[in-house]
Design a protein around this ligand. Structure first.
Ligand SMILES: [Zn+2]
Length: 245
């Protein structure tokens, strides 16, 4: 058997064993084009959960360092459930699907022409708005596997044709943000990140990625470290925004 036939056989076997599922309800998707990413009822639901326009208003968040930020969805219902499943149970396929949806909402990527494919993105006018993608790093002492920002960065890198640079590291112990007040969140994160030794971000336009933006304290603290290292621009992108706080 030729190498191509073996590859085709392996792809078909993988599609049979691990059929593509709707990231919101996890039903198996049919292979026709109308169901490439979401099943029909979740496609309708996604429109009501979308943060439109995706750009986040500066007045509702504490963006003291990022130049701007955008989120694809509100952190509610099916979106919240999908993000929690990725964070608590790994689920790399779900992280990939949620990132694909985010790339379509935030950057105008075109959905993949066939199930399992990568969304198609061409930079408008051929000019790339960013030089690299930097994921928000894990908290100190976190021992879990690849975290959602890291998985998002890898997939977005493929879609937007940008390198992923793991330039940041957490430099102090930080509490989980969700248990804190706004003032405590800012203090908890402030000076919490620094460049890795040997990293250089001088003059770079950076796309900073996190799964959920709430107060903006985390992305701002990361952006501050990047600007202190000489970055020219930092824009934050997330799957979802939690505007409850
Ligand atoms: Zn669905």
């Amino acid at each position: 058997m030729s190498r191509d036939r073996i590859l085709l056989f392996a792809q078909r076997a993988a599609a049979y064993l691990y059929p593509r599922r709707c990231p919101f309800c996890r039903e198996v998707l049919r292979s026709d084009k109308s169901q490439v990413i979401l099943c029909p009822s979740c496609a309708v639901r996604a429109r009501t959960l979308a943060h439109n326009p995706p750009r986040l208003p500066l007045s509702e968040h504490v963006f003291y360092a990022v130049h701007g930020a955008a989120s694809a969805y509100y952190y509610e219902d099916e979106v919240r459930q999908a993000i929690l499943l990725c964070k608590l149970h790994g689920n790399p396929w779900l992280a990939r699907e949620m990132t694909d949806l985010t790339a379509i909402c935030l950057f105008g990527a075109r959905p993949a022409g066939q199930a399992g494919g990568c969304p198609d993105y061409e930079a408008p006018g051929g000019l790339r708005p960013y030089d690299c993608i930097v994921p928000v790093p894990p908290r100190q002492g976190s021992r879990s596997g690849p975290r959602l920002p890291e998985l998002m960065a890898r997939r977005l890198g493929q879609i937007l044709h940008l390198p992923v640079c793991r330039d940041l590291r957490a430099v102090k112990p930080m509490l989980p943000q969700k248990s804190l007040s706004l003032r405590e969140r800012l203090l908890n994160q402030r000076d919490g990140y620094a460049l890795r030794s040997g990293s250089s971000v001088i003059g770079r336009r950076i796309l900073l990625v996190d799964d959920v933006i709430t107060s903006g304290a985390t992305v701002s603290a990361c952006a501050l470290a990047l600007f202190q290292g000489g970055a020219a621009d930092v824009f934050a992108a997330s799957i979802a925004v939690d505007e409850e706080h």
